[in-house]
Design a binder for this molecule. Structure first.
Ligand code: ZN
Length: 277
């Protein structure tokens, strides 16, 4: 089923990466003033900051901290590297708890030249190794499958089916799936696997943007909703049919938009959100 139009901004969340030129203080102030209700904080925005203080600032401004982005990057060439990744993820869990969010987005990682099957095993073991820590912090871990063009160095988890299978294997209510339309829109199994995630109670987050033609940069040329070819409203319908009631998180990495006035960009996001999301 195709979802009905969104009428207000009560479920609109922005990733701090979307307005990359803005500091965390500016992002919080401008989002709140624009009527945005959610914020997903990327880790580099906390550099040199007290996560607890940033979390309080966001809540005081009326923003819910939807998630902390990002943990993961578990695969490594040797045991030492794998252990370092596990230690880093424990620290990320502590930061998320201090920030006051209940979800960490996992970009699972990959190592160029290392067989993907090896990386997937390390991802499974890495998540398993931090689960107790996540449990004591009350933090959920959302596996975000990335488009296969990133299988070399960003994620060996490339389809929602893989994320569901991994969640099935780990069998923990803290482990679930993040649906990002940019990574998954092409998948013929998308509707079926979204339903599967919903039935298992593990549909944790929904990220939106658009796919531009031609895409000029593999990482930083995402489009504003409606400027590309993703069947966004249809996918949102599937996500809502699967029981998801959370935020629509706008996550746009765009060299084009980052060169613009970010207040103009924010207004364009709001307009596109109501028109096409
Ligand atoms: Zn995403």
């Amino acid at each position: 089923m195709t979802a009905s139009a969104l009428r207000d901004f009560s479920r609109l969340c922005l990733h701090t990466m979307t307005t990359k030129p803005w500091s965390i203080e500016t992002a919080i102030a401008r989002y709140a003033a624009a009527g945005v209700k959610g914020i997903t904080v990327w880790r580099q925005w906390l550099d040199g900051k007290d996560p607890k203080g940033v979390g309080q600032m966001a809540r005081d401004a009326g923003l819910e901290i939807v998630s902390y982005c990002r943990g993961g990057f578990f695969p490594a060439r040797d045991r030492q590297g794998q252990q370092a990744a596990i230690d880093d993820n424990r620290m990320i869990i502590d930061e998320a708890e201090a920030l006051g969010t209940q979800l960490i987005v996992l970009v699972c990682g990959a190592v160029p030249g290392q067989p993907l099957s090896d990386s997937r095993g390390q991802i499974r073991d890495g998540i398993g190794a931090v689960l107790d820590h996540a449990r004591s912090a009350g933090i959920r871990l959302g596996i975000e499958p990335l488009h296969p063009m990133y299988a070399d160095e960003r994620s060996a988890i490339n389809t929602i089916r893989q994320a569901n299978d991994l969640s099935d294997f780990l069998q923990d209510p803290l482990v679930g799936v993040v649906v990002d339309v940019y990574h998954l829109w092409w998948d013929p199994d998308l509707q079926k696997e979204i339903r599967r995630a919903g039935q298992a109670g593990r549909l944790f987050a929904f990220h939106i943007c658009d796919w531009l033609t031609p895409t000029e940069d593999l990482l930083n040329d995402r489009g504003l909703m409606g400027d590309g070819c993703i069947n966004l409203r249809e996918i949102r319908g599937w996500v809502e049919d699967a029981g998801f009631k959370g935020f629509n998180e706008v996550e746009i990495f765009s060299n084009r938009w980052w060169q613009q006035d970010q207040d103009v960009f924010l207004e364009a996001i709001k307009k596109a959100y109501l028109a096409v999301s």
